[in-house]
Design a protein. Structure first.
Length: 140
């Protein structure tokens, strides 16, 4: 294979890589955008559940969590300050998992625990490698 063919293959891989990262960002962001929006538009219900699991100041926590999920998810979606948003959401996801999903006798809670760890792992990869070329971060 000539060096010009290698360059074409590599440039095609980079273009495909950027698109794949963008798709991954969309898929990771949706759960946070939807959850954050739901919390912010249903503060009473969210605060009631937070209070029932023993979180202090449940209304304040509900608003803060909703804002983190919504705006962190939007940042991941468009690829703005992606590494910071990914780290913040990964840490939040691990914390939420340790607070609310440790009842392994309940198979649903075990599934949530595993799902959240997988999401945190995806966010860690995104934090490590960045948003890719098809992002606000990648424009500069």
């Amino acid at each position: 294979m000539s060096s010009s063919n290698v360059a074409v293959v590599k440039s095609g891989f980079v273009a495909n890589n950027a698109a794949l990262i963008a798709v991954g960002r969309v898929l990771l962001s949706l759960i946070f955008i939807l959850a954050g929006f739901a919390k912010l538009t249903g503060i009473a219900g969210t605060a009631g559940w937070f209070g029932s699991i023993g979180l202090p100041f449940p209304t304040v926590v509900a608003v803060l969590v909703g804002l983190l999920e919504l705006f962190g998810g939007l940042a991941i979606l468009v690829g703005y300050q992606t590494r910071i948003a990914a780290i913040a959401l990964a840490l939040f996801t691990i914390a939420a998992t340790l607070i609310a999903h440790l009842d392994f006798a309940d198979q649903v809670q075990l599934l949530f625990f595993q799902k959240n760890l997988a999401i945190a792992g995806g966010l860690a990869v995104l934090a490590a490698f960045g948003a890719g070329a098809l992002s606000v971060d990648g424009r500069g």
